[in-house]
Structures are given as C-alpha cells and as structure tokens.
Design a binder for this molecule. Structure first.
Ligand code: SAH
Ligand code: SF4
Length: 360
C-alpha cells in the first residue's frame, strides 16, 4: 500500500503507525502535508496560548530522566510566591493569553495543595472566570483533584511518559510513588472528575522502540484524551538515565520523530489540542513553529518570573529567553503569521474534542 493510500485509511493499525513513524524523504513530506491539511480543516489556523508558569522545582519524586528529581542535590530549589504567581497570571490575562498553565514538581503536602487552591480561586476572581487554567502538578489524591477542579482548574496535563509498563519501570525507581498503574489511575480519576484531560510521552528515550511509540499513540486514542503535550527526551547529566546517552538517537532524529508523532496523532485525533512543546525548541529554535505547521495548535510561552527561570531545568540546554515576554510574543506572532497562522488572543481555546459529561 502506498503512503498516500495509507494516510486515507479510516483507522490506523499499529503496523500502519510504525510505517508512518518510519517515513523519510518524500513519504515524510506526504505525511506532513496531509496532517497540516487535517489540522486546517478541523482546528483551523488559530494557535492558542497557555502562559506557562513553572511554579516550583521542588519535587518529591525521583524520575530517572528529570533534572529536578529529588536526589539531584545540585539544584537550587525555588517556589514562586503566591503574590508573584497572581501578578504573573494577571499579566497573562491582560496581555490576552486567554489561558495559563501552572506546572510544578510533585508535592502532595497540604501547604502546597492549599496554595494552588488559593491561586486558582483568586485567578478566577480576578479574571471573572474568563481565564482558562491548566494544571500540571503531577499525581495527587482524588480529593485534591476535585478541590482544584471546583476552584477553577478545568484542564489537567499528566503525561503517562510511556504507555509501556516495562519501559516505565526502567525510567523510574521501583516503589509505590513511581508506579505505572497509579499514574494510569490518576489519569482516569482526572477524566472522571470532568477535567479536560491531557497526556503525553517523551520521544527518543533510551530502550524505546518505534513500536513503543506506536503504542503510545494508540493509548492516547483509546483513552480518548482531549489534549496532548509530548516532546523529545533530552538527557541531563545529573540523572541516572544519563549513563545511556550514547545509545540515544541524535537530537535531530529525536526532533524528527517528535514531529512525526505530532503529525500522526493529528490525523488520528483531528480535533484535539496538541501543544508544540519547549523540549522541541531546545533542539532547534524554529521547531515549535514546524510543529504548528504540521499539526500542533497550542503554544506555551514561558511567563515564569525571570529570576526563577534558570532553576527549572528538567533537561539541559533549555532555552532561557533573555528577552522580555512581550518581545517573545511579538516574535511568535510574526513567525506564526509567516506560516499563515494567527494567535487566538483573549480566548481560552478549549479542546473541540471535549464533550461535557452529563453531570455538569
Ligand atoms: N512533576 C509533574 C509536572 C512537571 S514535569 C509531572 O511529572 O507530571 C513535566 C514533564 O517534563 C514530565 O511529564 C516529563 O515528561 C518532562 N520531562 C522531565 N524530564 C525530561 C527530560 N529529561 N527530557 C524531556 N522531558 C522531560
Ligand atoms: Fe518530579 Fe515531574 Fe521531574 Fe518526575 S518529571 S522528578 S515528578 S518534576
């Protein structure tokens, strides 16, 4: 079967996905042209913004890939204060970001969960409920997830990291805190509460195969996610996984594979929100724009107060913008216009794939 015929199939099988993820040259171009078209038809050329606030790099977990894992003693730990967070949220609201995303290391303490709760309530009050808020603060109890939902967070991003339980075990310590089944359970809980639930994976991990990546996309389809944030794995010196760095695909190959993942997911799930993530931009300055072109429709510009930015290093060489955020937004706007896209200012940009459950 030619790639063109394959692309028009109503549903991809695992071998189909493996074939598309392995596409190169002319076939890859066919894939990207097709996914851009699917994107235009289903979610248009509008790009939605989520101002990203990296609230804290304090984390209770020890994921083997992550630079801010608990055991990395070289990290200077910080937490953005409640006041600064609210100021940043106000800034985002006034600039027309429409939505913010609050990301953090995983902490389950009452002090932390209550702080998030207060931030949510105040942000809702300040924006008359207009601002969309996404949380990405790891695994929490059902009660916490519920409280945060009731206080105004309507979206939650929790990456499954990999849909393969065996691979998951190789990337995390073997204890109750880092358990694949619990992560999956947390995703289910988020969905049942009524969150617009998003997940994602890292691409180009050690031991990961193209078949694993195909399974990841099938997982997203079967779980019926409404948002996705996935990006290349980027090694970090001060992590256990670094010892396998010489077995990895090159950074460019990881980027290429990530773009193909975005394209294939767009075809499989035409009306979900897909983010062009920072990890892509780390590899190549223009990569987020490339991702937008071939399927992504969400950008997450970093709006964390500048003095904290040097400390949120999940991976190495992360771009730390020295420009003001306004300049960044202006530049983004220009780059997007150059590829025939526009920013959806002042709107939440909820996932079209999200259908309100009957309880709401
Ligand atoms: N603590 C929360 C949210 C912050 S971490 C959580 O883990 O869910 C956000 C994401 O960063 C993780 O889900 C992971 O996919 C990604 N990440 C961590 N280390 C990375 C690395 N070395 N390269 C690429 N992405 C990484
Ligand atoms: Fe913590 Fe998230 Fe990093 Fe794991 S990936 S160590 S939970 S910040």
């Amino acid at each position: 079967m030619s790639v063109t015929t394959l692309l028009h199939k109503s549903q991809f099988s695992k071998p189909d996905i493996v074939r598309l993820l392995s596409a190169a040259g002319e076939n890859e171009k066919l894939l990207f042209d097709f996914s851009s078209e699917i994107k235009q038809v289903n979610v248009s050329n509008t790009v939605y913004l989520r101002g990203l606030i990296e609230l804290s790099n304090i984390c209770e977990k020890d994921c083997y890939y992550c630079g801010i894992r608990k055991s990395n003693e070289k990290v200077h730990r910080y937490t953005v204060s409640e006041e600064e967070t609210l100021e940043t949220i106000r800034y985002a609201y006034e600039k027309g970001y429409g939505s913010v995303a609050i990301q953090s290391g995983e902490v389950q303490s009452k002090a932390f969960t209550e702080k998030i709760n207060r931030i949510l309530r105040k942000a809702m009050e300040m924006s008359n409920g207009e601002l969309g808020i996404t949380l990405s603060c790891g695994e929490q109890t059902e009660e916490t997830y519920r409280r945060w939902f009731e206080s105004g967070a309507k979206r939650y991003l929790l990456r499954i990291e990999t849909s393969s339980p065996e691979l998951y075990r190789k990337l995390h310590p073997e204890d109750k805190k880092h358990c694949f089944e619990k992560r999956l359970e947390a995703l289910k809980t988020l969905k049942s509460i009524g969150y617009q639930t998003g997940t994602g994976v890292m691409i180009g991990l050690p031991f990961q195969t193209v078949e694993d990546l195909a399974d990841d996309l099938l997982f997203m389809r079967d779980f019926d996610i409404v948002m996705c944030g996935m990006g290349s794995y980027i090694e970090h010196h001060e992590t256990p996984l670094y010892r396998y760095h010489d077995q990895l695909l090159s950074l460019n190959e990881r980027l290429e594979m990530s773009l193909k993942m975005v394209a294939v997911l767009r075809i499989m799930m035409p009306d979900i929100n897909i983010a062009a993530t920072t990890a892509l931009q780390t590899i190549e300055k223009n990569a987020r724009i490339k991702a937008i072109k071939i399927g992504a429709n969400v950008l997450m510009p970093n709006i964390t107060p500048h003095r904290y930015r040097d400390d949120y290093f999940l991976y190495e060489n992360k771009p730390v913008s020295t420009q003001s955020d306004e300049d960044d937004l202006e530049n983004l706007d220009k780059s997007l216009q150059a590829i025939g896209h526009r920013i959806g200012y002042g709107v939440q940009g909820n996932s079209l794939h999200f259908i309100s459950p009957p309880t709401r």
